[in-house]
Design a protein around this ligand. Structure first.
Ligand code: MRU
Length: 345
């Protein structure tokens, strides 16, 4: 089954509602920047590259919605669309990368009519989507070579087709290794509190017939100590210029454990996720989400009433714990500032 996380249908953006997976497979339709921003904020769509693609369509939809305004009114109103999208979630840099790319298209067309601008912005959003799948395939090919036949691979959160326009980053590497004929099995961290591992990664791997075993996050160290994990692969929301990696909360813990047990820790990372404007991971904004996510799940509340809650949604793994970054331009072993700079050279 080909998973189309985002698709253009009936003049609207449609996105799989990831909040209700795996019990329900359902598309929701979007027709404005505000609605797409709400889809990002509420986690209908999540995962750094998918958020970037959604934001690009958010701009395109807004431009179409406004295309009958005067040039001056269009400019003011479209700026508001960019603003609402930029404020939807803070950590995944792909959001800001996509908005900057859409802005460059807009700026290159100043002097054209709003109708023409809207048409070009939609074409650019389509291009970003198609490009994302191409990039994931390229990362997959490079990363697959790192996995030995028979590897048991731990992953955290969901960096699969659902987190991208298709194929996935970390799960893309696994898909590519399987497509190359390797026998790979996956150990999926449940990924508290939003359960992306249990709900999304496990679902994707089951659809794909790739053997998958679900564990709760606190079991990874035990499995490593038992010699049951050969490699770790995760995705990322933002990589700083020195190679520090922000990813789903709990990733840092896994990286420390991997180092302790001499297990390679790989990060699948498109160039659009590298932020050279931030010197180190300390500068990466970490989203703090609602206390409700930690107190319980959906209608069930298990935490003591009145207890104080923290819910940082991401953490930073220092570059020194990263065995290699897998990018569409190749594998960067032991990433550092000079090597990352070179990728863009
Ligand atoms: O809060 P989420 O579900 O958007 O977090 C997603 C992750 O942490 C992913 O690992 C990351 O975005 C990489 S996705 C290819």
């Amino acid at each position: 089954m080909k998973i189309e996380t985002l698709r253009w249908n009936n003049e609207k953006l449609e996105m799989i509602d990831q909040r209700v997976l795996p019990a329900t497979f359902n598309y929701l339709a979007y027709d404005s920047a505000e609605s797409v921003a709400e889809g990002i904020r509420s986690m209908v769509v999540r995962g750094a590259p998918a958020i970037g693609v959604a934001a690009a369509y958010g701009v395109a939809l807004e431009a179409r919605r406004l295309q009958n305004l005067s040039v001056a009114e269009f400019k003011v109103a479209l700026e508001l669309g960019f603003k609402v999208l930029a404020e939807s979630r803070p950590t995944a840099v792909n959001l800001f990368w996509a908005l900057a790319r859409m802005r460059r298209v807009w700026e290159s067309l100043l002097g054209n009519s709003p109708v023409e601008i809207a048409e070009k912005l939609l074409a650019e959003a389509h291009e970003i989507l198609v490009e994302d799948v191409r990039i994931n395939r390229a990362m997959g090919d490079f990363g697959a070579a790192l996995l030995p036949d028979g590897a048991r691979v731990l992953t955290h959160c969901n960096a699969g087709a659902l987190a991208t326009a298709g194929w996935g980053t970390a799960l893309g590497v696994i898909r590519s290794a399987v497509a190359a004929g390797k026998k790979i099995s996956v150990i999926a961290d449940e990924t508290r509190p939003f359960l992306q591992g249990a709900r999304l990664t496990a679902w994707e791997m089951v659809q794909e017939n790739i053997p998958v075993t679900l564990i709760t996050d606190n079991m990874a160290g035990h499995l490593m100590a038992q010699g049951e994990i050969d490699a770790v692969i995760v995705g990322t929301d933002r990589v700083a210029a020195n190679g520090d990696v922000a990813n789903k909360i709990g990733t840092y813990m896994v990286a420390v454990l991997a180092q302790r047990h001499g297990i390679p820790f790989y990060v699948a990372c498109p160039l659009s996720t590298i932020d050279l404007t931030l010197a180190t991971g300390k500068d990466i904004p970490i989203e703090e989400r609602s206390a409700e996510e930690v107190k319980g799940f959906r209608d069930t509340q298990w935490a003591a009433a009145g207890v104080k809650i923290r819910n940082p949604s991401f953490d930073v793994t220092p570059a020194e714990l990263v065995t290699a970054l897998i990018t569409e331009k190749g594998v960067v072993a032991q990433p550092n500032a000079a090597k990352l700079q070179q990728l863009f050279g």
